[in-house]
Design a protein around this ligand. Sequence first.
Ligand code: KG4
Ligand code: ZN
Length: 341
Amino acid sequence: MKVLGIETSCDETGVAIYDSREGLLGDKLYSQVKTHAAFGGVVPELASRDHIRKTLPLIMELLSETRIPLGELDGIAFTAGPGLIGSLLVGASLGRSLAMGLDVPAVGVHHMEGHLLAPMLEPEPPKFPFVALLVSGGHTQLVKVTKIGDYQLLGESLDDAAGEAFDKVGKMLGLPYPGGPHVAKLALKGVTDTFQFPRPMVNRPGLDFSFSGLKTSVKNAISELSKEGDLDPQARANIARGFEDAVVSTLAIKCRRALQQTGLERLIIAGGVSANLNLRQVLESTMSQSGGRLYYAQPEYCTDNGAMIAYAGCQRLLAGQRSKLNIDVRPRWPLESLSPL
Ligand code: KG4
Ligand code: ZN
């Protein structure tokens, strides 16, 4: 089965074709970063207008590059939520209409299920069950995954998501939007332990997260240094390092706890922040110490992309799921409410 996947939930237009027998046949991405850079964050109205301009031409390019005629598509998957309502509506309207015109089934995909399943695109995908750490710009969640669609939420952030904290710290350090990759790059030049920021909520039982206190500590450190005229490039790098280390070790502590609690030995990390090399290295060593194994997607499939939506949609279509003819999107949509396949 060949499925076209369409991702338009936020500030990237992603399209891809996944074949249930041959795997990923092609994918294309258009990032709106330049559109939003001047505003320091995503402007929802500009995002939806840009998806309108870009989605159809991107699909046409993908079809021509992969030499797959429209008539060979067996199904269409589009991100139906969670995300920005206007942006979601663009992909959903286009996907639903295309499916109707081609007389093939369509299915609305949960964006975080897409992220969660992205490591399945790798040559050695994880086997079920596993614990998933979802770390994106909007979500930080630990989930027990028994099979596709069977998701038990173990813990989540009570305030900012990990990616959001990276982006806000990036802004405080005067780095471009989105801050995550820039903070990570700056942290490489920083000296570990020059700044010891708090590891939030690690001394409390449970698997929830909170990053707003850490963000405030970073803000206070920056204003202290600025007052004294000491915010030089090395100090900025040291702050980035201290912040990244605090986020990474907090995430690692909670992952270990989730694995212990569930008795599982496979951990997958997914979402934009799972592209972070420091996080990957720390979890890699945690997992090898415990005899378990870590799984993640290649960096371009950690951040938003069409491939993960095509893959997740293909699994749901193969299981017989179909979206109705109405165009239905859900800006808020709990992952645990999905139906198991
Ligand atoms: O999954 P994603 O592309 O979009 C959402 O669904 O939110 O995640 C984007 C987030 C942003 O906050 C971005 O700053 C962060 O992922 N991010 C990173 C890195 N690459 C992307 N954060 C830390 N280190 C990175 N290398
Ligand atoms: Zn995402």
